[in-house]
Design a protein around this ligand. Structure first.
Ligand code: NAD
Length: 366
């Protein structure tokens, strides 16, 4: 079932929704003393414990928080599965203002809730959660990743996410142009935060002609100066005459309004949920002969990083070697999409589902 159908599903009631989305367990956590309100969603643990970050957000309503955690945890199942990880999909949201509510007691209380799941859910950083927050959570549970390197963790996952995105972009180039060289390619990177700025480095090294845009003028100016890349006005991003568009800021940028403006032949970026409507917009891109690199496949570097941290004996080289596999998986997805006449996002979901099904059968005791 596609994400766009979530709204419809909500009308099915809570258990109806869980049944249709395929969730195993949803835990509502409340602590009066600290004001903690959190929802932990475990989507699927066929392949292993459900790993996914904790997002803190001032949601407009509890329903919005629930919708977000259900959608995100389901996405994690596919991301882990397609990346060959022995992990299931989960996610947590904390409702509230991250600037004012995150005290030591608040975070440790959350850690205690995570611990109560006995490792069925493993948490990590996400929006508005920092490595230092993970340290507090870690005081109450071992089921946490994204710890600083000084504590045996993998540190910042963003460089690995950027590398995986770069690898996925090269695979897309191979499909679209017959060569994976990005030399001389005109590439528009939207959003030069943690991932975008590292991606730009890889592209510049390969002599691509890079354009950048960000709502933070400070960031674009600094990066433009460092690498000699070209700054672009936010309003001009979609209509830029480029070969590749790399969304690395926010989701749903590929939609009814932007697709008609696009001149690129490849979309490959790190942002989550880039297609506003996975089906409709996936096919609109095919109609325009644009190769779309499925977001949850090529931005899996961060998850690969925390997975390796979870395995123990963290080794950066092993992590990058694993992220390299994104190239071959992209090629597999592109081939399947072509054969089955489906869009690349659908093909990626199919590859993920097939692995869950096959490994699920292996794990059934005989
Ligand atoms: P970030 O917050 O460090 O960077 C995002 C950048 O986008 C910021 O510089 C911000 O100013 C900019 N931005 C926001 N709105 C914008 C707009 N309308 N136009 C242009 N720029 C805008 O985040 P990040 O860690 O670099 O992640 C980037 C994207 O990749 C996010 O969608 C994130 O969910 C996704 N992602 C990140 C990771 C990771 O390891 N960090 C892993 C998987 C997916």
């Amino acid at each position: 079932m596609e994400i766009k159908e979530l709204a419809k599903v909500e009308q099915a009631g809570l258990f109806g929704t869980l049944t249709q989305l395929g969730h195993e367990q949803v835990v509502f956590c409340y602590d009066e003393a600290t004001g903690l309100k959190s929802i932990i969603a475990i989507h699927n643990t066929t392949l292993g414990p459900a790993l996914g970050g904790t997002r803190m957000w001032n949601y407009a309503s509890e329903q919005d928080a629930l919708t977000d955690v259900l959608r995100l945890s389901r996405g994690m199942t596919f991301k882990a599965a397609i990346s060959g990880l022995n992990l299931g999909g989960g996610k947590a949201v904390i409702i509230g203002d991250a600037r004012t509510m995150k005290t030591e007691a608040f975070l440790r209380r959350f850690g205690k809730f995570v611990n109560s799941l006995n490792g069925k859910y493993i948490t990590a950083e996400d929006v508005n959660m920092k490595t230092s927050d993970m340290e507090y959570i870690h005081m109450e549970t071992n089921h946490v990743t994204g710890l600083p390197e000084s504590m045996g963790g993998g540190g910042d996952p963003s460089p690995v996410t950027a590398y995986g995105t770069y690898v996925g972009m090269k695979a897309s180039a191979k499909k679209q142009y017959g060569t994976d060289s990005l030399n001389g390619k005109r590439i528009m990177v939207q959003g030069v935060g943690q991932v975008g700025m590292h991606l730009v480095e890889y592209l510049v090294k390969e002599n691509a002609k890079v354009f950048i845009s960000d709502i933070s003028e400070e960031k674009v100016k600094a990066l433009a100066k460092k690498h000699g890349v070209t700054m672009v006005n936010q309003d001009d991003v979609y209509s830029m005459d480029v070969d590749i568009y790399a969304p690395c800021a926010l989701g749903a940028t590929i939609n009814d309004d932007t697709i008609p403006q696009l001149k690129c032949s490849i979309i490959a970026g790190a942002a989550n949920n880039q297609l506003k409507d996975e089906v409709k917009h996936g096919y609109m891109l095919i109609d325009r002969s644009i190769t779309y690199a499925p977001d949850f496949l090529i931005n899996a570097g961060g998850l690969i990083n925390v997975y390796n941290e979870y395995l123990g004996n963290y080794n950066r080289e092993r992590v990058f070697a694993h992220a390299d596999k994104i190239y071959d998986t992209c090629m597999k997805v592109f081939r399947l999409a072509e054969k089955e006449k489906i869009n690349n996002q659908e093909a990626a979901i199919r590859v993920a589902e097939e692995r869950i099904e096959a490994i699920g059968r292996v794990r059934i005791p005989r």
